[in-house]
Design a protein around this ligand. Sequence first.
Ligand SMILES: Cc1ncc(COP(=O)(O)O)c(C=O)c1O
Length: 471
Amino acid sequence: MSSQLVAQPAWTIKDYLAVRDGSLIINGVDALALVRAHGSPLYVFSAPRISANIARLKHAATAVKHPVRYFYASKANSNMAVLKVVRDAGIDIEVNSGGELFKALRAGFLPEQIIFNGTSKTDDELDEAVRAGIFSINVDSLYEIELVAAAARRQQKRANITLRLVPEIGTRSHIGLQTALLTSKFGITSTEVPEAFRRALALSDLLHVGGIHIHVGSQTPDLEPFAAAFKTMWEHSVALQRETGHTFEHINLGGGIPVNYLRDSSMADQLPEDERDMLGASLEPAAVLGAALAAARSSARETEAEHLLEHITILLEPGRSIIADAGLVLTTVRNIKRRPETGDVWLLTDAGFNLMLSMVSYKWYYHLISAARADAPHDTPYKVAGPLCDSGDVYFDIEGGGKLPDYRLLPKDVQPNEVLALLNTGAYSLSQSFPYNGRPLPAAVLVRADGQFDLARKRDTYEDLLTNEIF
Ligand SMILES: Cc1ncc(COP(=O)(O)O)c(C=O)c1O
């Protein structure tokens, strides 16, 4: 068979995902070779794609001609090899726990590159963050101001803080991923903000107040929530400046830049319209920054505060938009059954929801292809399911809500041992995985620009299942 590149399917991505001789190719590496080397299921991450996604973000900062800093949201994927690629690409990092802080420091990020978010930080975590001297602890409540001050007192070190605001801004994302609603658990409300700043500024020997923060949520498909969030924060910063003379160094707009999960839209018409709009969203980072700045500028003109805006650095905390489309899960069909009553053909794979929690928690759509016959027509419907002992471990919407297609389209006559690939699974997959049903967690590989690949995580062994168990 010729090794010439044939017409590429819609899910391919230039310089990253392609088809050669029928096989799925990841930065020049045959997906089947990865499975032969490291088994199935397998997480695969692409270093060049991570770097390209970061380059796109940096380019956006240049385009808007305003100081911007990016803090990679490591909750999306905190594999150490991934963190090192992010660090080498020259951006900073956001963490959500002492564990992520530990990993960030171990991966070589400097304390002044680290933001710590979270609703329920422990005293130990606050002590670790203050002791390290990180760039910002994002404070989630009035009460937490006192907790951080207490940590600063214990550590005899001033803590850098940013107040997290919850302004009641909705988005068209999944309700579980919206984080700026008053019904969400996050942040300090707009009415509490003046008091929160007053309290924090009164503790200025212990706390340095650098700015204000909002995260509207993940996979936000429209510009308006970003603009509204930035404008709200901007107005609080002007009000504070006028009241106290204190000026912010930064305004943190959080994460949430969406990823287009429907690059291949062949199954999109089977999704409800709102789901299709959300999953198929694609916003240019420059447009997000541009909309935010435009909203603040018009408000600044009205209040004659333009000079203040120039001195404020915009912070963003992108997770998904850096790592989602840089990762995939390779899985193998282990079993097949044909139901005489329905005529359905069921493919039972080795990748369950314990490897991609969002598929069951949010009914998240990950495009599925055959890695072995990537250029064959994907025109045959199958019921596809994972290996777990739950009826809910299926690649469709078991609750009948129609949020996922009832059938997946794959080449005809799929048989056991065929390797499949779930695309765009780089974010919130490995970081949310768990060894349910006594299934050792898979290996992960990092594919490099030169077509080399390294193990980024060893496959768990049965012995690993016993780690920390006392018997
Ligand atoms: C505070 C905060 N910042 C950033 C992010 C990253 O969001 P995303 O992965 O959608 O960019 C999250 C995740 O929801 C978050 O909670």
